[in-house]
Design a protein around this ligand. Structure first.
Ligand code: ITT
Ligand code: NA
Length: 194
């Protein structure tokens, strides 16, 4: 089964290909030769995920999925959330996003946060959503150099190191993306039986 993954983020492609393995043929936009900046105009991860998958479905007429992910920080009323990619401005500059996050949190004692991934799948002309959540804490200064985005300031519950200090396999033992992708794979496997 061939599925286009509607994302321009290569880290997401690497993580999801690692999780899915050879079970399904996941093709990134880059691999499909599609160069498009997909709009994400909405206020929720769900709506943005749907927007991304429907944009690519309309363009390719091929089964596809997308995902929108946000870091939701309790003491910041869920921010940066749906704005995670462009928290500090229009350009996706992760050092600046992390700087802004740590500045806004200041010495706040409540460092609770969660990553939330929403996958939107379009298959057989129907649209389906899958969610994955990873709870944890924001630490006071960036640590580690693996991963991407906010990984260097996030320690998942049950771990003592940040995602950026973990291998992809270790991150997957906790990750929001892994949990959402597992639900996607389970769903695809059930479809296959019919
Ligand atoms: P696409 O929309 O093309 O898929 P994007 O990078 O714009 O890629 P999002 O709109 O979902 O992705 O923005 C979420 C941002 O949150 C993203 O830019 C990341 O850097 C950050 N992020 C997402 N998943 C993350 C993870 O597992 N660890 C750390 N940061 C993450
Ligand atoms: Na995006």
């Amino acid at each position: 089964m061939k599925l286009i993954f509607a994302t321009n983020n290569q880290h997401k492609v690497d993580e999801i290909q690692y999780i899915i393995g050879n079970e399904f043929d996941v093709i990134s936009l880059k691999q499909a030769g599609i160069d498009i900046d997909i709009p994400e105009p909405h206020d929720t991860l769900e709506e943005n995920a749907v927007e991304k998958s429907s944009t690519i479905y309309k363009l390719t007429n091929t089964d596809c999925f997308s995902e929108d992910t946000g870091l939701e920080v309790e003491a910041l009323n869920g921010e940066p959330g749906v704005k995670s990619a462009r928290y500090a401005g229009d350009v996706k500059d992760f050092n600046k996003n992390i700087e802004k996050l740590l500045f806004k949190l200041g010495n706040e004692n409540n460092r609770k946060a969660q990553f939330r991934t929403v996958i939107s799948l379009i298959i057989n002309k129907e649209q389906h959503l899958f969610e994955g959540i990873c709870e944890g804490e924001i630490i006071f200064s960036p640590t580690g150099s693996n991963g991407f985005g906010y990984d260097s300031v996030f320690v998942p519950t049950g771990a003592t190191r940040t995602f950026a200090e973990m291998s992809m396999e270790e991150k997957n033992a906790f990750s929001h993306r892994k949990k959402a992708t597992e639900k996607l794979v389970l769903f695809l496997n059930k479809l296959n039986i019919r």
